[in-house]
Design a protein around this ligand. Structure first.
Ligand code: ADP
Ligand code: MG
Length: 723
């Protein structure tokens, strides 16, 4: 029987490309069809109930009980009209994926059955969810967790189920998900930013953060994927020699999209668009078989729900096309990894993007205020931002030669760098009129910045014209994590800014003078985090060290930043995490780290012992037989010296691999005996993971030696190039 690799290759050859029919010709005709959005609410709800929801969305006011009943029955009517039979609270536990537990609308009655959905069922559910990560917050005796409706993210229908976005909290009120802290951080940002806006524009009542998420991913054929236990158990290939051709010709990037992939894209995009996810862009990425999609930006809570939903849709639609979507940050060593660029800004209820330079000096001062405060927040809390993107997967990317480094720096582009430099060295004139620009030799900020900003792809945090782009987020991450941190540090910073400005105002100084004085001070203080050069270069590592910027390359240590006194203070000050919640989260992240390494180490052991070494030994036996035969017919040693040479090489690799796997298992046992989560994670990182590369090196050498017919795992060239 041929091995599973050849069976998979056979299967791939039989693939056909399904014909994709869009729900309608024009996207605008079907966009949002499966969402209970404002338009449908207006249609299905009384004026009063509609207003109550709008107040909840815009002002965060709670929806009263009787209104919730009305909303529930309207949602039910709409959903049943679209053939839904079930409903579920849809939430984002700390596993990183989304969770749902479906209940039928149907209920038996005395004389038959009916479809029911009450305000209570809409507002709250109690999933038996004691197995979600909680970092010790929920003991089994208080294992209850509650999901509660988040009216700011609209309900939608997936399959035949009405999904209601919810938060997930413990019986004692602590956050057990990604949404609760995000919403709290957004609330803090709203308040702090509105306060600062008052210096410029009294009509600002609300500030929303906006987010546009670019999503990178790989695609491999499902049959080949299923023939690679490392892929389906860990999301990445733990072995595999580089394909002779990979990305060196750079012929994939922005190339024409392969037909099979194009069909998949059309299909998942249609599903996403039906669910109101405003997908706009698709293209080939740098690595072979790597692609990207991006929606138009939205209010941040919605953008994150949509990204979580999108990852789920892509996975499910992928299977329909016999394609596996790999969201892992580094599925293939030696090739580009995948990220999730988070394009972030702040936008007022009056429609002003606070990170967009304006026409007048006054609006430019407003822009500078928010711009420089963001820089200051990132400067002061670079450690927390670094922690927010830390994961076992992302450790493969950060600092590798194709992703932003683990050093947090900020790229501004030459125009804005010059502007800040000029402000730093200029004298603020106290005599000028209030409305006129107040510093001498004032640099003009061009309203439309030259689009040279995106050229620097090496910066983890880059200003790109009217938004900042956090590029270091991992492709599989829930963006809520880094976005909670970013929004809360900016919120905290804006509060400090207001205090600093008000102090100067109290001394009788003019407003613009006070604002500029503080801005100038921040520009001075934060200079060392600004970097315009190549973030991938070795020189930058040295330079960053000189500047005193942190460069923490591994997760267990990067996570320390979440439990410092500084972090605890800022979490409490912004109301985002209690001390207990912050520590629980820290623990969960550490657990996630070492558990994933534990799984990888086990898969390495299993595959080596039961798949790779047997293949190498079979081949070696064949060679031995061959040599014996040659000897038997009386040929001298020179005729089979090559075979002897290969036999010896095989033995060297086999012995090395076996020895090292045994040592790795020993180290794993030691690590497992460590109680402290941080120490255990560090031990996994430094002692267990240390074996991965050397073992892999020798396995990959075997891959190059062993008869192709005997090699059991699909090779990189097959995973990446056959479709
Ligand atoms: P890039 O050159 O980085 O590809 P794009 O202009 O295509 O830039 O934008 C990438 C993402 O940034 C998109 O999702 C886009 O909607 C989003 N974006 C644009 N403006 C903003 C903004 N003001 N706030 C947040 N995201 C934005
Ligand atoms: Mg971009």
């Amino acid at each position: 029987m041929s091995n599973i690799r050849f069976q998979a290759l056979q299967t791939v050859l039989t693939r056909t490309i399904p014909e994709i029919k869009a729900p309608a010709n024009k996207i605008s005709d079907y966009y949002g069809t499966n969402v209970f959005d404002k338009k449908k609410m207006r249609e299905y709800l009384s004026k009063e109930a509609y207003q109550s929801i709008i107040n909840s969305i815009d002002k965060g006011e709670p929806v009263e009980r009787d209104m919730a009943d009305q909303v529930a029955s309207a949602m039910k009517a709409w959903a049943i009209g679209k053939d839904a039979t079930h409903y579920t609270h849809w939430f984002q536990p700390l596993t990183g994926t989304t969770a749902e537990k479906h209940d039928a609308f149907f209920e038996p009655t005395a004389d038959g059955a009916m479809e029911k959905f009450s305000g209570d069922a809409l507002a709250q559910q109690e999933p038996d969810a004691s197995s979600f990560p909680n970092g010790g917050i929920r003991n089994t005796f208080e294992a209850r967790g509650y999901t509660a409706w988040d009216p700011s993210s609209p309900a939608f229908i997936m399959g035949r189920t009405l999904c209601i976005p919810t938060v997930f909290v413990s019986y004692t009120g602590e956050a057990l998900d990604y949404k609760v802290p995000l919403l709290k951080a957004l609330h803090a940002l709203d308040k702090a930013a509105v306060d600062v806006c008052q210096y410029f524009d009294k009509s600002v009542e609300k500030v929303n953060a906006s987010l546009g998420i670019e999503q990178e991913y790989f695609l491999v054929d499902l049959a080949l994927y299923n023939a690679r236990p490392d892929l389906y158990l860990t999301g990445r290939t733990l072995f595999g020699h580089e394909s002779a051709k990979n990305q060196q010709l750079e012929d994939h990037y922005f190339g024409s999209i392969p037909s099979r992939v194009y069909a998949f894209m059309q299909d998942f995009e249609a599903e996403a668009l039906l669910l109101g996810i405003p997908l706009k862009t698709r293209h080939n990425e740098v690595a072979p078989s790597q692609f990207e999609c991006a929606p138009i930006y939205e209010e941040i809570n919605l953008a994150i729900d949509h990204n979580q939903l999108l990852m789920d849709i892509m996975d499910r639609v992928g299977k329909r096309h016999n394609l596996k979507v790999l969201l892992h940050e580094k599925p293939f060593a030696g090739m580009n990894g995948s990220g999730k660029h988070n394009n972030w800004s702040m936008i007022t209820n009056t429609g002003k993007n606070l990170l967009s330079p304006g026409k007048t000096p006054k609006s430019n001062l407003m822009f500078l205020t928010f711009f420089v405060n963001t820089i200051k927040a990132v400067y002061d809390h670079a450690d927390m931002l670094r922690a927010s993107i830390a994961s076992v997967n992302n450790d493969h990317r950060l600092g590798a030669n194709e992703a932003p480094p683990a050093i947090i720096s900020i790229f501004l582009g030459s125009q804005l760098s010059e502007v800040l430099d000029e402000i730093e060295t200029s004298r603020i004139s106290k005599k000028a009129k209030e409305d006129a620009l107040l510093w001498q030799g004032i640099p003009k900020i061009p309203q439309i910045l030259q689009d040279n900003t995106d050229r620097n792809r090496t910066s983890p945090f880059a200003f790109t014209g009217n938004k900042f782009e956090l590029r270091a987020v991992g492709s599989s991450a829930n963006s809520a994590n880094p976005m909670t941190i970013l929004n809360l540090i900016v919120a905290d910073q804006l509060k400090k800014f207001k205090t600093d400005v008000d102090k100067i105002l109290k001394k009788g100084e003019k407003k613009d003078v006070a604002l500029l004085t503080v801005i100038k001070k921040y520009i001075k203080e934060t200079k060392s985090i600004r970097f315009e050069g190549n973030g991938y270069s070795d020189e930058w590592e040295l330079e960053a060290e000189k500047r005193g910027l942190a460069n923490i390359k591994t997760t267990p240590k990067a996570l320390d930043a979440l439990v410092t006194e500084k972090a605890e203070y800022i979490f409490e000050n912004t109301g985002v995490f209690t001390r207990r919640e912050a520590h629980a989260r820290h623990e969960i992240l550490l657990e996630d780290f070492y558990k994933k390494l534990q799984i990888e180490a086990r898969v390495i052991g299993d595959l080596v012992n039961t798949t790779i070494l047997p293949a190498a030994i079979s081949y070696q036996s064949k060679l031995v037989e061959n040599v014996r035969g040659l000897k038997e017919i009386g040929l001298d040693e020179a005729t089979y010296s090559a075979q002897i040479d290969i036999i010896k090489k095989l033995s060297e690799h086999i012995n090395f691999i076996k020895n090292n796997v045994e040592q790795m298992v020993e180290q794993r046992k030691k690590a497992n005996a460590i109680d402290d989560a941080r120490e255990r994670a560090i031990s996994y990182d430094e002692k267990v993971k240390a074996f991965f590369e050397p073992i892999r090196y020798h396995v990959d050498k075997l891959e190059q030696l062993v008869d192709d017919q005997l090699w059991p795992l699909p090779k990189f060239r097959e995973l990446l190039f056959i479709k």
